[in-house]
Design a protein around this ligand. Structure first.
Ligand code: ARG
Length: 403
């Protein structure tokens, strides 16, 4: 039997060209695997057929949408995962799941090699290969776009010479990655960071400047997991899809940023992530009501570390697992309802309620019913400021002595 190579196949120019190229380079059979993480667009069965037409020995479609929603997007909500306080990690979350399915396919088909279409300038190559090192270190990785320095023109020329059934005329000038958790748009005129994004590049989020009626909804969380919208129980996939539609229609979730890539480059990225932005805002607010103060403060640092690990391709790492164990424990009481208004590009929390609330009306009120004993505050403030008081007295003393 020929050696086999499993290729992460998207159906685009680069991975289509990779099929005959890998067959030539390795003398092996190419197994194309298209993983559905909710990217929408072209039908995946049509994509699989194209892989066969490009010369793949076999093509597989894996529906990983439920798994992506439940095991990757929801943990990101619980971690309030926003890289550089903005980017909800949509590409960083999908790659480890794609890797998992590539490894399963390699096992099933007896493959010894795995291939992806990433270039050498991005984070995704790292995420693929770090994931593969953790899950299947025996598999050899081939990255044609990086290792053989394919340019777009070279790829088109090669596709024509092999008569590959791909339409290159309609290809957009942007590099786009999209899935259930959002959409990333980069390159083209966006590489000039002074250029404002144009309306054409958006597809998940409507123009927030257009006048329309606001949309109000109630999100229910159970231990940090969003489980219902307006009282109706949903699967994670249904819930995220509905929020993408409703928040997206109000222009919520547009992000334009300059980002620090792991490989050291600063890059301009435009993202659209309506559900992610709305869910994280709601979750943060419910945590504000239900997390004890020190737990909340400590969790902030954990969230940032978790987010950077996932961004940096280390999903399959002992630290991510340990941080998730901490985050799990922190979420015990993060249950209740958040009411939000979606409007004009913003998801604004307007109400919260929870059986596990730590908000005590009696302690907070300035009106009738005040249960807070203000006389206790006097001694507390005195002791609280004692160390600073002592330090300034010392400074004054030393200054005098020094003169
Ligand atoms: N910069 C983002 C990240 O590293 C998005 C990457 C998108 N990938 C792409 N091939 N366009 O997570």
């Amino acid at each position: 039997m020929n050696e086999r190579v499993v290729l992460a196949f998207s159906g685009g120019l680069d991975t289509s060209v990779a099929i005959p190229y890998l067959a030539e380079q390795t003398g092996g059979d190419v197994i194309a695997v298209a993983v559905d993480v909710g990217q929408g667009g072209e039908d995946l069965d049509a994509i699989a057929k194209r892989a066969i037409d490009c010369g793949a020995a076999e093509a597989e479609v894996v529906d990983a949408r439920e798994e992506f929603a439940a095991d990757f997007c929801l943990p990101a909500v619980r971690a309030n995962a926003l890289y550089m306080d903005k980017y909800p990690l949509l590409s960083g979350l999908s790659r480890p799941l794609i890797v998992k399915h590539l490894v399963a396919a390699a096992q099933k088909h007896g493959a010894t090699m795995v291939s992806h279409g990433c270039t050498g300038k991005g984070n995704d190559q790292v995420r693929f290969e770090a994931g593969l090192s953790a899950l299947a270190p025996h598999l050899k990785v081939i990255a044609p776009a990086r290792d053989f320095a394919w340019t777009r023109d070279k790829a088109i020329e090669y596709a024509a010479s092999k008569n590959l059934p791909i339409d290159v005329s309609s290809k957009s000038p942007y590099s786009i990655d999209q899935n259930l958790w959002g959409r990333a748009v980069e390159t083209g005129f966006l590489e000039d960071i002074w250029n404002a994004p144009i309306e054409d590049i958006y597809s998940y989020c409507a123009d927030p400047a257009v006048t329309r009626d606001p949309d109000e909804l109630v999100l229910t969380f159970d231990s940090g997991v969003p489980v219902a919208i307006d009282g109706e129980t949903k699967t994670p996939l249904e819930l995220i899809a509905e929020l993408n539609a409703r928040a997206g229609a109000q222009g919520v979730g547009r992000i334009d940023m300059v980002e620090d890539r792991l490989v050291g480059i600063k890059s301009r990225e435009v993202y659209e992530a309506p559900a992610a932005i709305a869910l994280i805002a709601a979750h943060q607010e419910l945590e504000a009501v239900t997390l004890e103060r020190d737990l909340a403060r400590f969790k902030k640092g954990t969230e940032q570390r978790w987010t950077e690990l996932v961004y940096d391709g280390l999903w399959y790492s002992p630290l991510r697992e340990a941080l998730d164990a901490f985050i799990d424990s922190s979420q015990t009481h993060v249950s209740g309802d958040i009411r939000m208004t979606l409007h004009g590009g913003r998801a604004t929390v307007t109400g919260r309620r929870s059986d596990a609330s730590l908000y005590d009306f009696g302690l907070a009120t300035y009106d009738e019913g005040d249960a807070f004993d203000q006389s206790l505050a006097k001694g507390f403030v005195e002791l609280w400021s004692l160390p600073s008081k002592m330090a300034s007295a010392r400074d004054a003393r030393m200054k005098e002595g020094g003169q």
